[in-house]
Design a protein around this ligand. Structure first.
Ligand SMILES: Cc1cc2nc3c(=O)[nH]c(=O)nc-3n(C[C@H](O)[C@H](O)[C@H](O)COP(=O)(O)OP(=O)(O)OC[C@H]3O[C@@H](n4cnc5c(N)ncnc54)[C@H](O)[C@@H]3O)c2cc1C
Length: 466
């Protein structure tokens, strides 16, 4: 006998769990099916030998009030930790040295990170005309046109390596940085637009990314998905293998390898774009081909734990990013034990480096020993580290982050067309609406409203699991 529910959700990452939570809040019955033995997807934290290691995201920006509200509802607000004030300092490598990213107009004028020519070029920005609207520009073209090539090389290129592990020459400005693109469209200038947006945000309560608090949890970000799983109780099933998904007269039927059959009028996929094609959903094959084409470069995370201070420069910031022009072998490094307290044994230090991305995909595929040696060499060269780590942990993400490339709008259109043609089938995840954890949460909130509206507009009553 099949069991009935209002919505079946595939995937127990932050997108699937938060959508499930919001639907349950509306009084709807949900069932979340997660393939692996744990929830959280990309979010994974673990304590080893007294070090707290984040294997995926290290910090979350508090850019939406939804996060705080969720933490309260889940009873984890008291476990939240905010990054130390020092984490506001960020460094960029230029000519093999770390330079602080300027945070005030005076610091900007003084910094050796950008040449005088580049600084003067910035003054022209309000007078640069808009791009023609008939084509999407790459982020690299957009930045070069508006603020000049040096800011592309020494600000945007390393920033994009840190966020997307991507390449500005391929990311579409409209798709990957819609707000930046809108500033030009609406105000004709990034500088004028930034001033206007700051006033708007003050009214709405949203925080700009560069000023939002950076948060974590005492026991790592895994606290968040774990709390969602607890709140959702037996609505969440892990270690689920799907045997088939089919359409029925009243919605969808999902059969698991265990033999269990679930039926629901609404079905939401939140599995990563690169996993969608392997779902046993024959009627979704055209969409599977589209999602499979989204590029996800590999990234290796290498955590190094030191029992005692590792020597070298003072780690008084979030960490550093490396521009491609510098031709080094790491994308950047987070000074984890500066960002948050209590992440190491007393007197120790923790550093989290990232390798690979679309810049050097092959490096991300080195074996663990090779990765550790490469990272240590780079940290010695760039930071003057002298100690040997007492703990090294490596996590390889073969398909790390979806790249919102030029023309990505066509991918988004294909998803919408498929949803329209298949009423009750919904698609979400970090390849739609932003890659960050808060973007996924915002998207989940909107998705829960869409699913509940769909159920109501089809006069589908709330069911109760049998
Ligand atoms: C290395 C790295 C660093 C990052 N750093 C940050 C950061 O600092 N800050 C930030 O905000 N964001 C960061 N992100 C991005 C952010 O973590 C992710 O975009 C977000 O967590 C994605 O959530 P999701 O639920 O959409 O997808 P996922 O987390 O990928 O979850 C999808 C889930 O679907 C499951 N699944 C797959 N196939 C099936 C199937 N057939 N059946 C059932 N379930 C299935 C998976 O097991 C997984 O649990 C980072 C990402 C990575 C990889």
């Amino acid at each position: 006998m099949p069991s009935h529910t209002d919505a079946i959700i595939l995937g127990g990452g932050i997108s699937g769990l938060t959508t499930g939570f919001y639907l349950a809040e509306k009084g709807l019955c949900v069932r979340i099916l997660e393939k692996s033995s744990r929830v959280g997807g990309s979010i994974r934290s673990e304590r080893r030998d007294g070090f707290l290691i984040e294997f995926g995201p290290n910090t979350v920006l508090d850019t939406t009030p939804l996060l705080g509200e969720l933490f309260q509802k889940l009873g984890i607000a008291s476990e939240r930790v905010d990054a130390s004030p020092q984490a506001k300092n960020r460094y960029i490598v230029r000519d093999g040295k770390l330079h602080a990213l300027p945070t005030s107009p005076l610091a900007f004028l003084k910094t050796p990170l950008f040449s005088t020519t580049a600084k003067l070029r910035l003054l022209l920005e309000p007078f640069i005309s808009r791009a023609p609207e008939d084509r999407e520009e790459s982020l690299a073209d957009f930045v070069t046109r508006r603020i000049g090539p040096e800011f592309l090389d020494y600000a945007i290129n390393p920033f994009v390596a840190g966020v997307y592990a991507g390449d500005p020459a391929h990311l579409g400005v409209q798709s990957a940085f819609p707000k930046l693109h809108a500033l030009e469209g609406e105000h004709g200038s990034l500088i004028r637009g930034a001033i206007f947006s700051a006033r708007q945000r003050k009214k709405s309560g949203e925080s700009p990314k560069n000023r939002a608090a950076m948060l974590g949890f005492q026991n790592g970000l895994q606290t968040f998905p774990d709390a969602l799983q607890r709140a959702l109780g037996d609505s969440v099933s892990t270690t689920c293998v799907l045997r088939s998904v089919s359409r029925t007269a009243s919605g969808f039927s999902v059969t698991l390898e265990s033999g269990e059959i679930l039926e629901a009028p609404a079905l939401l996929s939140t599995v990563p774009a690169h996993s969608f094609a392997s779902l046993p959903i024959e009627f979704a094959q055209p969409l599977a081909t589209t999602l499979d084409a989204i590029i996800h470069p590999p990234v290796a995370m290498v955590f190094m734990g030191f029992d005692k201070p590792p020597g070298g420069i003072e780690r008084d910031g979030f960490g550093f990013l490396v521009p491609a022009k510098e031709k080094r072998q790491i994308l950047g490094c987070i000074w984890s034990s500066t960002v948050f307290d209590d992440r190491t044994p007393p007197g120790g230090a923790g550093l989290t480096a990232f390798v690979g991305g679309s810049r050097q995909p092959d490096l991300a595929r080195l074996d663990d020993t090779g990765l550790a040696a490469l990272v240590l060499d780079e940290l010695r060269a760039l930071m003057g580290i002298t100690a040997t780590p007492s703990l090294v942990a490596v996590q390889k993400w073969e398909k790390a982050i979806p790249q919102y490339q030029v023309g990505y709008g066509r991918t988004m259109d294909a998803i919408s067309r498929f949803e329209n043609a298949t009423p009750g089938f919904f698609v979400a995840g970090n390849f739609r609406g932003g890659i960050s954890v808060p973007d996924c949460v915002k998207q989940s909130r909107a998705m829960a409203d869409r699913i509940s509206d769909f159920l109501q507009s089809h006069s589908l009553p709330k069911t109760h699991r049998q």
